[in-house]
Design a binder for this molecule. Structure first.
Ligand code: C5P
Length: 237
């Protein structure tokens, strides 16, 4: 069964440990390590999670000059993560160099991590994009353009809103990865997310992976909430 990726948005390792203690010991999870926990705990948080048997999406959204991103990706590759990412706004050369760095840094016999790109952050409105970035096209057009240059750079996919999946796949390919946050079960609190879809809708829309944070991390019964979302995501009632 496909596993939803759990966003480990916690301030430190102790909080992550307390959360993971609520899951059966041998349950292998797919987790997202973001900036908050990574900058607090360092790369050892990733190796610790890997040693516990979990798969990791390292969500650090790199955006720098091509040479720096290549070197950083070389270091990231040594951690054995399954997925990592960059900002497409860094450009094609940066994305190509990122991919090269990942290939160079992956130990012999191990799988090269999937590299995906952030297009326009879902927190950016069309108005903000016009004013702050001086990009004058529509937000959808900008998202599609970034998805296209991501595909041309040889990356595996993008992080996007589930509502953008169809449009992006039409402009790239059906197997282009669309990893989608902003997922809420029908009965969950929406919080600060604006355009949310249920796990079932995400599946019907064609999301490749779903990222779920608070509906699991803030639940009083995290494992039950996780299983419910996992079943819905896999179309199991
Ligand atoms: O708690 P929630 O389910 O809203 O968490 C979603 C996770 O996905 C968070 O870690 C958030 O930073 C991340 N994310 C997002 N929207 C994006 C990219 C990442 O919500 N466009």
């Amino acid at each position: 069964m496909n596993r939803p990726i759990i966003a480990l948005d916690f301030p430190d390792k102790v909080s992550v440990q307390l959360f993971l203690n609520k899951f059966p010991k041998n349950e292998s999870l797919f987790v997202k390590v973001g900036m908050e926990i990574f900058y607090k705990e360092g790369p050892s948080i990733v190796t610790w999670l890997k040693d516990l048997g979990h798969d990791v999406f390292l969500d650090l959204k790199l955006h720098d000059i091509p040479n720096t991103v290549r070197s950083a990706m070389k270091s990231i590759a040594s951690l054995g993560v399954a997925i990592t990412n960059v900002h497409a706004a860094g450009g094609q050369e940066m994305m190509e160099q990122a991919l090269l760095g990942l290939k160079e840094g992956t130990p012999e016999g191990q799988q090269v991590p999937e590299l995906i790109a952030v297009t326009q952050l879902t927190s950016t409105s069309e108005q903000q994009m016009h004013t702050d970035q001086l990009i004058t096209c529509t937000l959808n057009e900008s998202v599609c353009h970034y998805a296209e240059i991501t595909a041309e750079s040889g990356l595996a996919g993008v992080v996007c809103s589930a509502l953008e999946v169809d449009m992006i796949k039409q402009r790239t390919s059906r197997d282009f990865i669309c990893l989608t946050p902003g997922i809420r079960p029908a009965d969950a609190v929406v919080g600060d997310q604006k355009r949310v879809v249920t796990p079932r809708e995400a599946r019907d829309i064609g999301s490749s992976y779903i990222v779920v944070g608070r509906p699991i991390t803030k639940s009083n019964i995290p494992y039950e909430s996780y299983l419910k979302i996992k079943n819905e995501w896999n179309g199991v009632d």
